[in-house]
Write a protein of this length. Structure first.
Length: 144
């Protein structure tokens, strides 16, 4: 099952994505917690593209495959691999931290896997989000 969104720089287009994602909870039989993660990831990537690049639009495709949600994000901005951004040092006191970077850190933390590519004039980020509780427990066990 796939759903596709084409967003421009108008905040109204993102609001449509948010509403349609909430409907996916019933259609795909996924929890609202997973929907919130999808929306948070999409919003972070969308906001970065609109705020920091010259991207005219953003495409987001969501696909449910078994116990995974695949989020494919595309923008037309200059080449930018968000996976190469150095994670913020969360051990530093707040006053000594550099501005920015927390959103991309959050995106990496919420997803199981991520792959970046540049195809023609598009940045493409493919993220995998697990929907099963079993995989989430496995992940939290690995982080101890």
């Amino acid at each position: 099952m796939k759903t596709h969104f084409l967003l421009n720089s108008s905040p109204e287009t993102f609001e449509k994505l948010r509403c349609q994602c909430e409907e996916l909870a019933d259609i795909w039989n996924i929890s609202l917690k997973i929907v919130c993660k999808i929306v948070l990831i999409a919003e972070e990537l969308y906001t970065n593209a609109i705020k920091y690049s010259s991207a005219d639009n953003v495409e987001i495709t969501l696909e449910k495959k078994d116990a995974e949600i695949i989020i494919e994000y595309k923008d037309s901005g200059p080449p930018f691999n968000p996976l190469r951004v150095t994670p913020p040092d969360l051990n530093l006191p707040f006053e000594k931290r550099c501005a920015g970077g927390l959103g991309l850190h959050l995106v990496r933390h919420l997803t199981e896997s991520s792959i970046y590519s540049r195809e023609g004039s598009k940045n493409i980020l493919r993220l995998t989000l697990r929907t099963s509780k079993c995989s989430q427990e496995r992940r939290s066990g690995l982080k101890k």
